[in-house]
Design a protein around this ligand. Structure first.
Ligand code: EPZ
Length: 454
């Protein structure tokens, strides 16, 4: 599988603007940031528009590169995308959906993981689909076997080709009984986006129930779908013949909100995250508090800061309602300043501690156990791919020259540089535009001291 082009720290290769920052740390971040719609909902709600007969309006769409990739892939399939009646809203009109040329689709190869979700909607609309090679962060193997197995159960014929996947549905798509081996977010979305217009009833067991999935269900219900959520991760979908467009405001980005909360903790600052809501962040807020954080839930957002000394915590990442895998990276930066030994068990992806090497270079004491720790009983059952990081603090962080590895790891590097004494050079920061809207503007607004080197 190909991955997005990386920024080389090499003068011969022109780096995209804003990709290399000189960051002078040791100054607390203080102020307000606005968090808009979640990347991990907005992109999927955009794909859902393919299923409707009429135009949809999506509100609070973040200005991110993943959104741009999905918009472009929709446009090559004939969806007309225009600005809506308020800033950040998009109107997506699918009335002229058509097959796209191979070259136009292939131009999106390696840019994002969302294109895999085009399968069901395109099969319903066109009877066939071609999906380019996927991109996304390099945090593990990230297979798509659950997706393809589910599509075959609906009656799709899946043909793997050297540059992507070709699908057809010679006999249409029919409701199916599907039991996911793991509550995968993407595979659950795949099933939802396919089942809503498949003939008959689909029963999905062991489904992911992340708030972004519940918001996608809300979008699909607005379109005319019949979906019920049963106890124990069971979702029932009664297929309908036609769906219409929707008008929907995307759920807030709780990953971005948690990232800024950890930035306040790590830099001993105070950040008001406008748009953050408590319900979707309950698990994060518990850990934040146990680690020595203080927060105040307000009408229009949440205020985050430290309360005294930081304290060590033991965390296991998990599917919702557990502690999200996307939250551990910025939290670990803060834990380097906690007095004592913290342990983070990563149970979702098999390669999500690579970013800690840069923190060690900056003075952190972090030991990674690639096969996990065989320690006492745990809330989350051990998985084959599990790893653990043991963080011992407090250790002062000092400046270093570092290259960011992926979206969430990259964010944690920037925060570490802001917490460290001295001037760090952080390269590859443009990758953050995949998940953090107006990232550099927000850093400036919070009083960060940095220059864009190139
Ligand atoms: C989504 O990825 C998010 N991405 C991720 O956020 C997030 O970390 C992840 O869910 C978990 O919450 C988007 O929504 C675009 P999964 P997804 O399918 O759907 C294995 C970020 O930084 N698996 O729930 O790709 C997989 O390898 C990103 O915003 C299979 O084995 O995640 C992993 O171990 C990074 N076969 C586990 O399941 C499959 O067919 C969970 O993956 C599919 C998944």
């Amino acid at each position: 599988m190909t991955t997005p082009p990386r920024v080389a720290v090499d003068d011969r290769v022109p780096a995209p603007a804003g990709s290399v920052l000189a960051i002078r740390g040791g100054r607390p971040l203080r102020g307000r940031v606005d968090v808009k719609g979640a990347k991990n909902l907005a992109t999927k709600a955009m794909v859902a528009t393919l299923l409707g007969e009429t135009a949809s309006t999506l509100r609070d769409v973040p200005d991110l590169s993943d959104v741009a990739v999905v918009r472009s892939l929709l446009e090559v399939h004939g969806v007309t995308v225009t600005e809506g009646d308020e800033p950040g809203s998009l109107v997506l009109d699918p009335s002229e959906v058509e097959s796209a040329h191979y070259e136009e689709i292939d131009a999106h190869a390696g840019a994002s993981r969302i294109p895999i979700l085009f399968c069901g909607p395109l099969l319903h609309r066109l009877g066939q689909a071609f999906i380019p090679d996927l991109g996304g962060c390099r945090i593990g193997d990230r297979p798509i076997d659950f997706h393809l197995d589910a599509l075959r159960k609906f009656g799709a014929v899946v043909e793997k080709q050297p540059s992507g996947i070709r699908l057809s549905a010679p006999n249409g798509l029919k409701g199916a009984n599907i039991h996911l081996p793991y509550p995968s977010v993407g595979a659950t979305e795949q099933v939802l986006l396919t089942a809503v217009r498949a003939q008959g009833v689909t029963e999905l067991r062991n489904a992911a129930i992340e708030p972004e999935i519940m918001d996608l269900i809300a979008v699909l219900q607005k379109m005319g779908a019949i979906i019920s959520y049963e106890p124990n991760r069971v979702i029932l979908i009664e297929g309908v013949e036609t769906l219409r467009g929707y008008d929907h405001r995307a759920i807030f980005d709780r990953n971005e909100a948690a990232s800024w909360a950890c930035a306040a903790l790590a830099t001993d600052g105070e950040i008001f995250v406008a748009g953050a809501k408590q319900q979707e962040m309950l698990t994060f807020l518990n850990v934040f508090r146990k680690a020595g954080g203080w927060f105040d839930v307000q009408e229009d957002g949440i205020l985050f800061r430290r309360e005294g000394e930081l304290k060590p915590v033991i965390v296991e990442t998990d599917v919702h309602p557990g502690f999200m895998t996307d939250w551990q990276q910025p939290l670990i930066v803060a834990l380097t300043q906690a007095k004592g030994r913290s342990i983070v068990h990563e149970t979702v992806y098999e390669n999500r501690f690579g970013f800690t090497q840069a923190l060690v270079k900056m003075g952190a004491d972090i030991e990674v156990y690639p096969h996990g720790l065989q320690d006492g009983p745990r809330r989350v059952p051990r998985r084959e791919l599990e790893q653990a990081a043991v963080i011992t603090g407090p250790t002062p962080l000092h400046a270093a020259d570092i290259v960011v590895p992926d979206l969430r790891g990259g964010y944690s590097h920037v925060i570490a540089a802001l917490a460290a004494e001295g001037e760090s050079q952080v390269s590859g920061v443009d990758i953050l535009s995949r998940g953090y809207e107006k990232f550099l503007d927000k850093l400036s607004a919070l009083g960060a001291d940095f220059d864009v080197v190139r």
